[in-house]
Structure formats: structure tokens, C-alpha cells
Design a protein around this ligand. Structure first.
Ligand SMILES: Nc1ncnc2c1ncn2[C@@H]1O[C@H](COP(=O)(O)OP(=O)(O)OP(=O)(O)O)[C@@H](O)[C@H]1O
Ligand SMILES: [Mg+2]
Length: 286
């Protein structure tokens, strides 16, 4: 198990998880999505395993958010297949995604400033036991349990969210996904607006999710962050998957080259690690 309390320094990758390389927790196959004349995604395959963090990277407009929105049920794909633990699913609404254990944290976090932490954790979800609404105390107890498991530091769970820092808010949005029994957590630019200490807190949280056996997808423009938390990186370019890299055996330069399309033929050869097309090499995409 990764030691999530030890910050990674010097860009060293996190300790590797032990994903069962059987069926991915989430798999997307041949996803297409257009907005009018704009082809946002072309024939994109994607997979993330339990106990794995995948960094989803690419330049502005590469299709990252579009891919996440397709699996979150916010903007379903035009065609393609989605499998959760090997079972084919149709995700046409966010409610279906939630029901399947797929939770998304967007940059505008959809937290309610005027509610406190506990109120936000349970917002939009009435907690009931045997038909009875859960007491405030019980909600607080459970919420605190999750925040403690995730090692989230807050002034108080009764603090109004408006008083919290960006990192603390991001942490609450993530904790909320845990309370909903997520199996897959998708984070769209979770550290983009955060300072150094807050970024560290959120990266730590991402490791905690992975160590709890969740499948985690992190979209980020910050390759240092990606190298800190991701086990694997999938690169989109102009709506196509153009590269897959095991973080342990690649460099930021190679990923940047895939993002920008520079010397691409060479990258395909130099990053191939297993050659059997199971998604761990850079040679399985075009
Ligand atoms: N609602 C929409 N209507 C029209 N075009 C859209 C819409 N959403 C996305 N697009 C287009 O689809 C393409 C992919 O956009 P997307 O938001 O997925 O990119 P991204 O990789 O998330 O970029 P960024 O890093 O800037 O967030 C872009 O060309 C974008 O202009
Ligand atoms: Mg985006």
C-alpha cells in the first residue's frame, strides 16, 4: 500500500498500486462526440482499474472534459460503449452515473456557501435509516469519519463553506463522493486554482482514494502533479487518444511530446512497454 503520509519529492512517482489487471473498473470503448461541426472525441478508448490513479492530460480543447462529461451522464456521447466492472451500461443522466458509483468533482464545485461542512456533505441526498431521516448528530459523525479517513484538515465541520480555502472546499467535494459510495472518482482540474499547501492536501487525498481501492481519474495541466499521483497517464490530442504511459517508465518530456504531437512516431516506439496492446504502452494508439 502506498504511504500516503509521506509527501513525494523530486517528482518521484507514487508507490505503484497493485491493480488487478483483469477487468477495468471503468472502460469506455470507441467513444465519439461532436458539437455541431466540432469533433470533440473520435473513437476514444479509456480504462481505469480499481486502486489506480489515471492522469488524463492534453492541451486545451483536447477533449478531456468532454470525455469525463460523457461518463458522468452530463453530456452523453454520440456513440460508443461504457462498461462498469465489465458490465455494459448506458449513462444518460448524472443520476445513473451516481447509481453506478461514478462520481465527478468539477472545478466549480457546486458547494453551498451558506451551509456548513456537514450540510454540504449531505446536500442533495437525504440520509435515511429505516425510512427515518438521519439525525444531525449521526450525519456529523459519519461526515467526520470520512473526513478523518481522508486526512482532511478543517477548522470545524460546522464551519460555513464560505470560510474555507480552495483546497478545503475541494476536499469536501471529494469527501462527498465517498459518502455516496463511489467506485470511480473523476476529478476535473482539482488543483488548478490551489496554492502549494492546498495542492498538497488534495494530492494526498487522491492517494487516499486510490489506497481505498477506488479507481481515480485526474485531469490536470500540471504535469508535476500528475507525476506525483498518477500510476498511468492517458494523453488526448485533438479528440483522439494518442498515448498511454506508465508513470514509472516515462518522463515529462515524453508526455509533453505526446500532448503537442512533437516527434510522435518516435514516442510510439520508445514508450512501448509490453507490446500486447492492453493499454500499458504508448504503441496501442494512433
Ligand atoms: N458545449 C459545447 N459546445 C460546443 N463545443 C464544445 C462544447 N464543449 C466542448 N466543446 C468543444 O469540444 C472540444 C473539446 O473540449 P473540452 O472541453 O473537452 O476540452 P478539454 O480537453 O477539457 O480542454 P481544457 O483543457 O481547456 O479544459 C473543444 O474544441 C471545445 O471547443
Ligand atoms: Mg476541460
Amino acid at each position: 500500500m502506498a504511504d500516503s503520509t509521506t509527501p513525494n519529492v523530486g517528482g518521484e512517482p507514487s508507490p505503484a498500486p497493485e491493480p488487478s489487471k483483469g477487468e477495468p473498473r471503468l472502460r469506455m470503448h470507441a467513444i465519439n462526440k461532436s458539437f455541431g461541426a466540432v469533433r470533440a472525441l473520435t473513437n476514444v478508448d479509456f480504462e481505469v482499474y480499481a486502486g489506480e490513479v489515471v492522469g488524463l492530460v492534453g492541451d486545451n480543447g483536447a477533449g478531456k472534459s468532454t470525455l469525463i462529461k460523457a461518463v458522468a451522464g452530463v453530456a452523453p456521447a454520440d456513440d460508443g460503449e461504457i462498461f462498469v466492472e465489465g458490465q455494459p451500461v448506458k449513462i444518460t443522466t448524472p443520476q445513473i452515473a451516481t447509481h453506478l458509483g461514478i462520481e465527478t468533482v468539477y472545478q466549480d464545485l457546486a458547494l453551498c456557501d451558506n451551509l456548513d461542512v456537514v450540510g454540504n456533505l449531505y446536500l442533495g441526498r437525504e440520509e435515511r435509516i429505516a425510512g427515518l431521516a438521519l439525525s444531525e448528530n449521526e450525519m456529523e459523525r459519519r461526515g467526520l469519519g470520512v473526513l478523518r479517513t481522508l486526512d482532511v484538515k478543517l477548522p470545524s465541520v460546522r464551519a460555513k463553506v464560505a470560510q474555507l480555502s480552495g483546497g478545503q472546499r475541494q476536499s469536501i467535494a471529494v469527501a462527498k463522493t465517498i459518502l455516496r459510495n463511489a467506485k470511480v472518482v473523476l476529478l476535473d482540474e482539482p488543483t488548478a486554482a490551489l496554492g502549494v499547501a492546498q495542492t498538497r492536501q488534495v494530492l494526498n487525498l487522491i492517494r487516499q482514494l486510490r489506497d481505498q481501492g477506488l479507481a481515480v481519474v485526474v485531469i490536470s495541466h500540471n504535469l508535476a502533479d500528475v507525476f506525483e499521483v498518477a500510476d498511468r497517464v492517458i494523453v488526448l490530442r485533438l479528440g483522439k487518444r494518442v498515448g498511454t504511459f506508465e508513470i514509472k517508465s516515462t518522463t515529462p518530456e515524453r508526455i509533453v511530446a505526446a500532448i503537442t504531437g512533437a516527434e510522435f512516431g518516435e514516442i510510439l516506439q520508445t514508450t512501448t512497454t509490453d507490446g500486447n496492446g492492453n493499454g500499458t504502452s504508448g504503441g496501442d494508439e494512433q
